[in-house]
Design a protein around this ligand. Structure first.
Ligand code: ZN
Ligand code: ZN
Length: 254
């Protein structure tokens, strides 16, 4: 059994055929799904989806760094947490400007929003799903100033050897996506990612694997990511399946 630890099944991209997407994933051996929110609205719809699919879909409450500047506070986020909330995120820092969003100009707001969510994770003893883009140094800075480190995952990892060391030294997990099937950068560092820190995710509807680029990503492609990792780590794909499922169950207590 595989677990897709990061997919946005609540997004409108799946409104037409959500049940079929979930069914096809199950046929491919992907039996559980973690659906993170990226703002108030999607955190609520993720919880709703979890409620409709108990034991299959799990929800995380989080505000993506692109929403920094919306003046969200601790109380706004805590208010929407429910019994279905198994993690905080996605949250983090993203210094890649996008569609008119001045990411670097909003650095301080991003750091504040990230820090707030890390404190919530600590307060409720929940794992945190970290989104990091062009921002590793500041992420580690914010983490290291906390009274304690939460547990969590750096989702959609695409860094270097030093980043892997910095992440695993702090006890965090590393989430790998469809780009692991074609990224030369990831291929280079793959042997250095410890199996006991590895998680599989699709970030559906984004980041389809090789052979499906340009299409909508779906959780059914998780085995393709596992196969690519197995090849690069010179391991049996069964070992990747077992280890990543165990890691997901351990981190998210699902
Ligand atoms: Zn992300
Ligand atoms: Zn995401």
């Amino acid at each position: 059994m595989y677990i897709d630890t990061h997919c946005h099944l609540n997004f409108s991209n799946f409104d037409e055929d959500r049940a079929m997407v979930i069914g096809n994933a199950k046929k491919a051996g992907v039996k559980k799904f973690i659906n993170p929110g990226d703002d108030i609205k999607t955190s609520l719809s993720a919880a709703e989806l979890a409620l409709q699919n108990p034991g299959v879909i799990y929800a995380s409450v989080g505000i993506h760094p692109y929403n920094a500047g919306n003046k969200l506070e601790r109380k706004d986020i805590v208010k929407i947490m429910t019994n279905e909330t198994i993690a905080i995120g996605e949250c983090g820092l993203d210094y890649h400007s996008y569609k008119g969003f001045d990411a670097v100009g909003k650095k301080n707001e991003q750091i504040g929003l990230f820090d707030t969510q890390l404190h919530i994770a600590l307060e409720f003893n929940l794992p945190v799903i970290i989104h990091s883009r062009d921002a590793f140094a500041d992420i580690f800075n914010v983490l290291d100033q906390l009274p304690a480190l939460p547990r969590g995952v750096f989702h959609c990892f695409s860094g270097g050897l030093e980043d892997i060391r910095n992440i695993t030294d702090r006890g965090f997990y590393i989430g790998l996506d469809g780009n692991a099937t074609y990224s030369k950068q990831l291929a280079m560092v793959m042997p250095s990612i410890p199996l006991d820190r590895l998680l599989l995710e699709t970030d559906s509807p984004y980041l389809p694997p090789e052979g499906h680029r340009g299409e909508r990503e779906e959780p059914k492609y998780i085995p393709l990511i596992a196969q690519a990792i197995a090849k690069l780590q010179n391991k049996d794909v069964k070992d990747i399946e077992e280890a990543t499922t165990y890691n997901a169950q351990t981190l998210f207590t699902i």
